[in-house]
Design a protein around this ligand. Structure first.
Ligand SMILES: Cc1cc2nc3c(=O)[nH]c(=O)nc-3n(C[C@H](O)[C@H](O)[C@H](O)COP(=O)(O)OP(=O)(O)OC[C@H]3O[C@@H](n4cnc5c(N)ncnc54)[C@H](O)[C@@H]3O)c2cc1C
Length: 327
Protein backbone atom coordinates (compact mmCIF):
# COMPACT_ATOMS: atom_id res chain seq x y z
CA UNK A 1 0.00 0.00 0.00
CA UNK A 2 1.35 3.39 -0.96
CA UNK A 3 1.13 6.84 0.51
CA UNK A 4 -0.99 8.93 -1.90
CA UNK A 5 0.47 11.91 -3.72
CA UNK A 6 0.87 14.89 -1.44
CA UNK A 7 3.02 17.95 -1.00
CA UNK A 8 5.38 17.67 1.99
CA UNK A 9 6.56 20.86 3.70
CA UNK A 10 9.59 20.80 6.00
CA UNK A 11 9.60 24.04 8.00
CA UNK A 12 12.51 24.70 10.37
CA UNK A 13 10.78 27.23 12.64
CA UNK A 14 7.33 27.78 14.11
CA UNK A 15 6.95 30.94 12.01
CA UNK A 16 7.46 28.86 8.87
CA UNK A 17 4.81 26.41 10.13
CA UNK A 18 2.31 29.22 10.67
CA UNK A 19 3.06 30.69 7.24
CA UNK A 20 2.41 27.27 5.68
CA UNK A 21 -0.80 26.68 7.67
CA UNK A 22 -2.13 30.09 6.65
CA UNK A 23 -1.24 29.52 3.00
CA UNK A 24 -2.88 26.08 2.80
CA UNK A 25 -6.38 25.65 4.18
CA UNK A 26 -6.39 21.84 3.97
CA UNK A 27 -3.34 20.37 5.67
CA UNK A 28 -2.22 17.85 8.24
CA UNK A 29 0.69 18.08 10.65
CA UNK A 30 3.14 15.19 10.61
CA UNK A 31 5.09 13.90 13.62
CA UNK A 32 6.61 10.44 13.15
CA UNK A 33 3.87 9.43 10.70
CA UNK A 34 3.16 6.11 12.44
CA UNK A 35 -0.55 6.92 12.68
CA UNK A 36 -1.23 9.54 10.02
CA UNK A 37 0.56 7.78 7.17
CA UNK A 38 -1.11 4.44 8.01
CA UNK A 39 -4.45 6.21 7.64
CA UNK A 40 -3.30 7.87 4.43
CA UNK A 41 -2.32 4.49 2.98
CA UNK A 42 -5.91 3.43 3.59
CA UNK A 43 -7.09 6.66 1.93
CA UNK A 44 -8.61 7.94 5.16
CA UNK A 45 -9.20 11.71 5.16
CA UNK A 46 -6.11 12.43 3.06
CA UNK A 47 -5.08 16.09 2.87
CA UNK A 48 -3.09 17.41 -0.10
CA UNK A 49 -0.61 19.36 2.06
CA UNK A 50 1.38 17.79 4.89
CA UNK A 51 3.56 19.86 7.20
CA UNK A 52 6.35 17.95 8.90
CA UNK A 53 7.23 18.92 12.50
CA UNK A 54 10.49 16.95 12.50
CA UNK A 55 12.85 19.90 12.06
CA UNK A 56 11.49 22.30 14.66
CA UNK A 57 13.89 23.04 17.51
CA UNK A 58 10.90 24.30 19.53
CA UNK A 59 9.52 20.76 19.60
CA UNK A 60 12.79 19.13 20.59
CA UNK A 61 14.47 18.78 23.95
CA UNK A 62 16.79 21.79 23.62
CA UNK A 63 13.97 24.34 23.84
CA UNK A 64 10.89 22.41 24.85
CA UNK A 65 12.26 20.51 27.85
CA UNK A 66 11.81 16.89 28.78
CA UNK A 67 8.22 16.70 27.59
CA UNK A 68 8.71 18.46 24.26
CA UNK A 69 6.03 17.29 21.81
CA UNK A 70 8.60 16.31 19.17
CA UNK A 71 10.43 13.82 21.38
CA UNK A 72 10.14 10.25 20.20
CA UNK A 73 8.52 7.67 22.44
CA UNK A 74 11.92 5.96 22.58
CA UNK A 75 13.40 9.16 24.02
CA UNK A 76 10.52 9.47 26.50
CA UNK A 77 11.03 5.85 27.54
CA UNK A 78 14.75 6.36 28.21
CA UNK A 79 14.77 9.89 29.63
CA UNK A 80 16.44 10.01 33.06
CA UNK A 81 14.72 13.29 33.99
CA UNK A 82 11.31 11.75 33.38
CA UNK A 83 12.29 8.59 35.30
CA UNK A 84 12.82 10.87 38.31
CA UNK A 85 9.97 13.32 37.78
CA UNK A 86 7.13 11.15 36.52
CA UNK A 87 8.32 7.52 36.23
CA UNK A 88 5.00 6.14 35.03
CA UNK A 89 5.26 8.18 31.81
CA UNK A 90 8.40 6.39 30.52
CA UNK A 91 6.98 3.09 31.78
CA UNK A 92 3.72 3.60 29.84
CA UNK A 93 5.72 4.73 26.78
CA UNK A 94 7.65 1.46 26.88
CA UNK A 95 4.36 -0.41 26.47
CA UNK A 96 3.27 1.42 23.32
CA UNK A 97 3.37 -0.37 19.97
CA UNK A 98 6.81 -1.87 19.16
CA UNK A 99 10.44 -0.70 19.70
CA UNK A 100 10.70 0.17 16.00
CA UNK A 101 7.53 2.28 16.02
CA UNK A 102 8.65 4.04 19.22
CA UNK A 103 11.81 5.20 17.43
CA UNK A 104 9.67 7.27 15.03
CA UNK A 105 6.47 7.99 16.97
CA UNK A 106 6.38 11.24 18.92
CA UNK A 107 4.79 12.36 22.16
CA UNK A 108 2.71 14.99 20.30
CA UNK A 109 1.57 12.39 17.77
CA UNK A 110 0.60 9.98 20.53
CA UNK A 111 -1.56 12.56 22.28
CA UNK A 112 -3.20 13.47 18.95
CA UNK A 113 -3.63 9.86 17.86
CA UNK A 114 -6.69 9.64 15.63
CA UNK A 115 -9.71 7.89 17.13
CA UNK A 116 -10.15 4.32 15.98
CA UNK A 117 -13.09 2.15 14.94
CA UNK A 118 -13.72 -1.15 13.17
CA UNK A 119 -15.66 0.69 10.49
CA UNK A 120 -13.02 3.39 9.99
CA UNK A 121 -9.61 1.69 10.15
CA UNK A 122 -10.19 -0.35 7.00
CA UNK A 123 -8.95 -0.22 3.44
CA UNK A 124 -10.83 1.87 0.86
CA UNK A 125 -12.06 -1.37 -0.80
CA UNK A 126 -13.45 -2.68 2.49
CA UNK A 127 -15.20 0.61 3.19
CA UNK A 128 -16.71 0.78 -0.31
CA UNK A 129 -18.11 -2.73 0.17
CA UNK A 130 -19.64 -1.84 3.56
CA UNK A 131 -21.13 1.65 3.17
CA UNK A 132 -18.18 3.15 5.07
CA UNK A 133 -18.71 5.30 8.18
CA UNK A 134 -19.37 8.83 9.42
CA UNK A 135 -15.67 9.49 10.07
CA UNK A 136 -14.65 8.49 6.52
CA UNK A 137 -16.96 9.17 3.58
CA UNK A 138 -20.50 8.21 4.68
CA UNK A 139 -23.14 10.22 6.53
CA UNK A 140 -24.11 7.78 9.25
CA UNK A 141 -22.34 6.11 12.12
CA UNK A 142 -22.43 2.33 11.78
CA UNK A 143 -21.76 1.69 15.47
CA UNK A 144 -24.53 3.87 16.85
CA UNK A 145 -26.70 4.80 13.86
CA UNK A 146 -28.69 7.71 15.24
CA UNK A 147 -29.27 10.50 12.70
CA UNK A 148 -27.12 13.54 13.43
CA UNK A 149 -25.23 11.71 16.14
CA UNK A 150 -21.53 12.27 16.80
CA UNK A 151 -18.78 9.83 15.95
CA UNK A 152 -18.10 7.29 18.72
CA UNK A 153 -14.69 6.09 17.49
CA UNK A 154 -12.41 5.16 20.36
CA UNK A 155 -9.45 7.19 21.65
CA UNK A 156 -6.63 4.66 22.14
CA UNK A 157 -3.54 6.60 23.23
CA UNK A 158 -1.71 5.30 26.30
CA UNK A 159 0.08 8.43 27.46
CA UNK A 160 -2.87 10.81 27.91
CA UNK A 161 -4.38 9.15 31.02
CA UNK A 162 -0.95 8.83 32.64
CA UNK A 163 -0.09 12.48 31.96
CA UNK A 164 -3.53 13.49 33.27
CA UNK A 165 -2.64 11.58 36.44
CA UNK A 166 0.34 13.91 36.88
CA UNK A 167 -1.87 16.95 36.14
CA UNK A 168 -0.12 17.78 32.84
CA UNK A 169 -0.80 21.00 30.99
CA UNK A 170 -0.66 21.16 27.19
CA UNK A 171 1.18 24.12 25.72
CA UNK A 172 0.04 24.94 22.20
CA UNK A 173 1.44 27.54 19.83
CA UNK A 174 -0.34 29.30 16.99
CA UNK A 175 -0.07 32.46 14.92
CA UNK A 176 -1.53 34.37 17.89
CA UNK A 177 1.13 33.07 20.31
CA UNK A 178 1.24 30.38 23.02
CA UNK A 179 -1.52 29.26 25.34
CA UNK A 180 -1.84 26.56 27.98
CA UNK A 181 -4.73 24.22 28.60
CA UNK A 182 -5.06 21.43 31.17
CA UNK A 183 -4.74 18.12 29.31
CA UNK A 184 -7.97 16.95 30.94
CA UNK A 185 -9.82 19.74 29.05
CA UNK A 186 -7.96 19.35 25.76
CA UNK A 187 -10.18 16.71 24.13
CA UNK A 188 -13.76 16.88 22.78
CA UNK A 189 -16.24 14.02 23.03
CA UNK A 190 -16.58 13.63 19.29
CA UNK A 191 -14.46 11.11 17.40
CA UNK A 192 -14.23 13.43 14.38
CA UNK A 193 -13.70 16.87 15.95
CA UNK A 194 -11.54 15.36 18.75
CA UNK A 195 -10.22 18.56 20.35
CA UNK A 196 -12.16 21.03 22.48
CA UNK A 197 -10.80 24.36 21.34
CA UNK A 198 -8.31 23.76 18.53
CA UNK A 199 -7.66 27.04 16.76
CA UNK A 200 -6.53 27.39 13.19
CA UNK A 201 -2.79 26.85 12.68
CA UNK A 202 -2.14 25.61 16.23
CA UNK A 203 0.12 22.76 17.23
CA UNK A 204 1.23 21.25 20.52
CA UNK A 205 4.70 22.37 21.58
CA UNK A 206 5.16 20.63 24.91
CA UNK A 207 3.58 19.40 28.11
CA UNK A 208 4.24 21.19 31.39
CA UNK A 209 3.95 19.38 34.69
CA UNK A 210 2.82 21.14 37.87
CA UNK A 211 5.45 21.79 40.57
CA UNK A 212 4.12 18.95 42.74
CA UNK A 213 4.24 16.30 39.95
CA UNK A 214 6.99 14.27 41.59
CA UNK A 215 4.91 14.02 44.79
CA UNK A 216 2.29 11.93 42.99
CA UNK A 217 2.37 8.14 42.76
CA UNK A 218 0.86 7.11 39.42
CA UNK A 219 0.15 3.61 38.15
CA UNK A 220 -1.22 2.63 34.75
CA UNK A 221 -2.83 -0.68 33.82
CA UNK A 222 -3.55 -1.59 30.23
CA UNK A 223 -5.65 -4.28 28.55
CA UNK A 224 -4.66 -5.40 25.06
CA UNK A 225 -4.78 -8.40 22.81
CA UNK A 226 -1.03 -8.97 22.31
CA UNK A 227 1.22 -7.53 25.00
CA UNK A 228 4.00 -6.76 22.55
CA UNK A 229 2.10 -4.81 19.97
CA UNK A 230 -1.51 -3.80 20.32
CA UNK A 231 -3.41 -0.62 21.13
CA UNK A 232 -5.15 -0.54 24.52
CA UNK A 233 -8.64 -2.05 24.64
CA UNK A 234 -8.98 -0.41 28.03
CA UNK A 235 -6.55 1.56 30.19
CA UNK A 236 -6.78 2.99 33.70
CA UNK A 237 -4.34 5.37 35.38
CA UNK A 238 -4.62 6.00 39.12
CA UNK A 239 -2.71 8.86 40.77
CA UNK A 240 -2.47 9.54 44.49
CA UNK A 241 -0.70 12.08 46.66
CA UNK A 242 -0.14 10.82 50.20
CA UNK A 243 -0.81 12.79 53.38
CA UNK A 244 2.21 11.49 55.24
CA UNK A 245 4.42 9.31 53.05
CA UNK A 246 3.69 6.32 50.79
CA UNK A 247 0.86 4.11 52.03
CA UNK A 248 -0.60 6.70 54.42
CA UNK A 249 -3.97 8.41 53.99
CA UNK A 250 -4.65 9.72 50.47
CA UNK A 251 -4.54 13.53 50.34
CA UNK A 252 -5.52 13.91 46.67
CA UNK A 253 -6.31 11.51 43.84
CA UNK A 254 -7.01 11.31 40.13
CA UNK A 255 -8.37 8.44 38.03
CA UNK A 256 -8.22 8.60 34.23
CA UNK A 257 -9.20 6.11 31.53
CA UNK A 258 -8.38 5.55 27.88
CA UNK A 259 -9.95 3.34 25.21
CA UNK A 260 -13.42 3.52 26.74
CA UNK A 261 -14.59 6.70 25.00
CA UNK A 262 -13.73 9.06 22.17
CA UNK A 263 -11.58 10.91 24.70
CA UNK A 264 -9.23 10.06 27.52
CA UNK A 265 -11.42 10.83 30.52
CA UNK A 266 -10.82 11.96 34.10
CA UNK A 267 -13.24 10.39 36.64
CA UNK A 268 -13.20 13.08 39.32
CA UNK A 269 -16.15 11.69 41.28
CA UNK A 270 -14.44 8.31 41.71
CA UNK A 271 -11.08 9.84 42.62
CA UNK A 272 -12.75 11.94 45.32
CA UNK A 273 -13.78 8.72 47.05
CA UNK A 274 -10.11 7.85 47.63
CA UNK A 275 -9.39 11.10 49.44
CA UNK A 276 -9.07 10.85 53.21
CA UNK A 277 -8.89 7.04 53.06
CA UNK A 278 -6.06 4.52 53.26
CA UNK A 279 -5.86 2.22 50.27
CA UNK A 280 -7.00 -1.31 50.97
CA UNK A 281 -8.37 -4.15 48.89
CA UNK A 282 -12.03 -3.54 49.72
CA UNK A 283 -11.85 0.13 48.70
CA UNK A 284 -10.00 -0.74 45.47
CA UNK A 285 -12.65 -3.34 44.66
CA UNK A 286 -15.46 -0.88 45.37
CA UNK A 287 -14.00 1.84 43.13
CA UNK A 288 -13.20 -0.68 40.41
CA UNK A 289 -16.85 -1.79 40.41
CA UNK A 290 -18.01 1.85 40.18
CA UNK A 291 -15.68 2.51 37.25
CA UNK A 292 -16.99 -0.61 35.52
CA UNK A 293 -20.52 0.77 35.90
CA UNK A 294 -19.48 4.18 34.52
CA UNK A 295 -17.64 3.22 31.34
CA UNK A 296 -19.61 2.66 28.13
CA UNK A 297 -17.31 0.98 25.58
CA UNK A 298 -18.71 0.72 22.06
CA UNK A 299 -18.70 -2.26 19.75
CA UNK A 300 -15.88 -0.88 17.61
CA UNK A 301 -12.63 -2.54 18.72
CA UNK A 302 -11.33 -6.14 18.76
CA UNK A 303 -12.59 -7.14 22.21
CA UNK A 304 -16.27 -7.20 23.14
CA UNK A 305 -17.68 -4.18 25.00
CA UNK A 306 -18.89 -6.53 27.76
CA UNK A 307 -15.37 -7.84 28.38
CA UNK A 308 -13.76 -4.41 28.21
CA UNK A 309 -16.32 -3.11 30.70
CA UNK A 310 -15.69 -6.04 33.04
CA UNK A 311 -11.96 -5.42 32.80
CA UNK A 312 -12.38 -1.76 33.84
CA UNK A 313 -13.00 -3.07 37.38
CA UNK A 314 -9.92 -5.27 37.28
CA UNK A 315 -7.62 -2.61 35.79
CA UNK A 316 -8.80 0.04 38.24
CA UNK A 317 -8.39 -2.24 41.25
CA UNK A 318 -4.93 -3.31 40.12
CA UNK A 319 -3.83 0.28 39.51
CA UNK A 320 -5.09 1.45 42.93
CA UNK A 321 -3.36 -1.40 44.78
CA UNK A 322 -0.18 -0.90 42.74
CA UNK A 323 0.10 2.60 44.23
CA UNK A 324 0.90 1.04 47.63
CA UNK A 325 4.64 0.97 48.36
CA UNK A 326 4.89 -2.82 48.78
CA UNK A 327 3.47 -3.52 45.28
C1 LIG B 1 1.17 -1.40 15.02
C2 LIG B 1 0.90 -0.21 15.87
C3 LIG B 1 0.66 -0.41 17.22
C4 LIG B 1 0.39 0.72 18.04
N1 LIG B 1 0.18 0.51 19.38
C5 LIG B 1 -0.08 1.59 20.17
C6 LIG B 1 -0.29 1.43 21.56
O1 LIG B 1 -0.21 0.33 22.11
N2 LIG B 1 -0.55 2.54 22.29
C7 LIG B 1 -0.62 3.79 21.74
O2 LIG B 1 -0.84 4.78 22.47
N3 LIG B 1 -0.42 3.96 20.43
C8 LIG B 1 -0.14 2.90 19.64
N4 LIG B 1 0.09 3.09 18.31
C9 LIG B 1 -0.01 4.41 17.78
C10 LIG B 1 1.34 5.14 17.88
O3 LIG B 1 1.76 5.24 19.16
C11 LIG B 1 1.07 6.46 17.49
O4 LIG B 1 0.82 6.24 16.17
C12 LIG B 1 2.21 7.41 17.67
O5 LIG B 1 2.47 7.81 18.99
C13 LIG B 1 1.84 8.62 16.88
O6 LIG B 1 2.93 9.47 16.86
P1 LIG B 1 3.48 10.02 15.48
O7 LIG B 1 4.48 11.02 15.84
O8 LIG B 1 3.89 8.92 14.58
O9 LIG B 1 2.15 10.73 14.93
P2 LIG B 1 1.71 11.02 13.44
O10 LIG B 1 1.25 9.77 12.80
O11 LIG B 1 2.76 11.80 12.76
O12 LIG B 1 0.49 11.99 13.74
C14 LIG B 1 -0.66 11.54 14.42
C15 LIG B 1 -1.60 12.75 14.60
O13 LIG B 1 -1.02 13.66 15.52
C16 LIG B 1 -0.95 14.97 14.94
N5 LIG B 1 0.22 15.60 15.53
C17 LIG B 1 1.49 15.10 15.59
N6 LIG B 1 2.27 15.91 16.30
C18 LIG B 1 1.51 16.98 16.68
C19 LIG B 1 1.75 18.17 17.41
N7 LIG B 1 2.95 18.44 17.93
N8 LIG B 1 0.74 19.02 17.61
C20 LIG B 1 -0.50 18.78 17.09
N9 LIG B 1 -0.79 17.67 16.38
C21 LIG B 1 0.20 16.77 16.18
C22 LIG B 1 -0.89 14.72 13.45
O14 LIG B 1 -1.37 15.84 12.74
C23 LIG B 1 -1.82 13.53 13.32
O15 LIG B 1 -3.17 13.97 13.30
C24 LIG B 1 0.37 2.01 17.48
C25 LIG B 1 0.63 2.19 16.12
C26 LIG B 1 0.87 1.11 15.32
C27 LIG B 1 1.15 1.32 13.86
Amino acid sequence: MRVPDLQLHRPTSLDEVFAATQRHGEYDLLGGGTDLLCNYKWRLNVRPQVISLRHLPELREELGGALAAGRTLYEVEHCSILQELCPEVPRAASKIATPLIRRSATLGGNLHLDTRCWHFNQTAEWRMAHDSCLKAEADQCRVQPVPGDVCVATYSGDLAPVLMGYGAIAVVAGPEGERSVALKDYFALDGIRRFADRRSGELMVRLDLPQDASEWTVRYEKLRLRATFDFPEGGVAVAVRWTDGPGSEVAAARIATTAYDSIPRLHEDLAARLVGRCIEEELAEELGASLRDQVRPMKNTSMSPAYRKKMARVLCKRAILACLPSS
